[in-house]
Every structure is written in structure tokens, then in C-alpha cells.
Design a binder for this molecule. Sequence first.
Ligand code: F6R
Length: 243
Amino acid sequence: MQVIVGKNPKAVGEMAASLFIAQLLRKPDSVLGLATGSTPLPLYEALVRARQAGALDASRAVTFNLDEYVGLVPEHPQSYCAFMWKHLFADLGFRPEQAHLPNGVAGDLEAECARYDAAIDAAGGIDLQLLGIGHNGHIGFNEPDKAFSHGTRVAELTSSTIEANRRFFASEKEVPRRALTMGVLTIFRARGIVLVVTGAAKADITLAMAEGDITPEVPASVLQLHPNTVLIADEAAAAKLRR
Ligand code: F6R
């Protein structure tokens, strides 16, 4: 795992954006894996600025998001689909068929998970996957567990993740309890991975993920084995790294 440290979240966003811009210059029809949450926002803002400056053309890109809540229609303001259109897709001029998210209101969720993995495969696999990391080391909604998960699946959210996501909902009761998420193996199969992490509150998990034991108890630790992962952290999140 290559580690790059930026001064602050904006610098992290700009560095991560350059990797995505370079990817699209090399391969305009890249398949990109994307994430929601607070950490990618400076990156998405940088991509939008790049497009406005004429430095980014994503018109041939295809995207697959990591996850979506079960039970929220795409139009729900807290759905990850709505998040992506608000913060990135609309400003990049995306057509609906470019962007893929798991369907959290599918009648048969298991079949939807299989369909999602098949759609990723049919697109040729993910060229560059963006990840954030939860305070407990989760990637996507792959929470600490006894084994690394495989393909896209239905995941139960842990109480700490429900609490962390509560800030986006009127009350804790409204936070969905389940999500569809790419599995750890789905993520691991991406040809390149960019993991962004910012803030002092994530210094301990950044250390555990990058330098600790490789264990499903810290799902992101598996990225130490990935041949092409770049961790971009701000100084606060990287403060405890030793290597
Ligand atoms: C988002 C996702 C999550 C987040 C993680 C960090 O699609 O899959 O794993 O990346 O919870 O979230 P933030 O960036 O809000 O701290």
C-alpha cells in the first residue's frame, strides 16, 4: 500500500481527484467504483471544478457505487443515489445509464446482489475504486466480522455505523438497518484502489488498517495485500502511522 499524506481534507481531495482525472485521460471509458460519505466530498468538488475548467471529460465513464440502503427509493433525499447525483453526477453531466447503484428496493434482494456483481463483470471490472473507511474499519458496509465477505450482499449495519449515519436523518429510528454493499472480494478485485481518510478521529483506525494485522475484524486491513492501493490521508488521520 502506497501512502500519501496531504495537509488537510482539501489537499487529500485534490490529490485523489488527480488520480481519477489521470485514469480518465488514460482510459476515457474507465469503470470507476465510487463511495458516498463525508470524506469523498472534497474529491468530488475537485472533479466538478476540473470539469468546469475543461480538464475533465467523464462522458464515457461508467460508475458503480459501493452501496445503497435497503428500503430507500433512489429519489429519497438520503439515498446514496440521490447523494451521488447531488454531489457529482449532475455536475459532471452524467446520463442516467452511466451511473450504477445497487437497488435497495428490489423485490428480491439476493437476486439484486447477483445482478450487480454480474453488471460489474459485464462492464469489464472496476478500473479504479474509491473507498472511505468507517471508524471500525468497515469498507462499503462490510463491518468487522469473522471472515472477509465475497460478492455484493445484504449487510446488517452495526450500532456504531447506525449512530455515525444518524447525522443525515431526522432521528436514529429513520436510519435504515440494512444495506446492499459490494463485498470485500468485489472491492479487492478492482485493478486500482484509492482510499481517502481524513480527521484525527480516524488516526487509530488508519494505523490499524495500514500497519496492523490483516484481519476481517478490520475489513480495510485486507487492502495491505492489494497490489495497487493508494492511501491518501490528511496529516490528522496519518498522525499515528509509523512506517
Ligand atoms: C460509503 C461507504 C462507507 C464510508 C465510510 C466512511 O459509500 O461505503 O464505507 O466510506 O463509512 O464515511 P465518512 O467518509 O462519512 O466518514
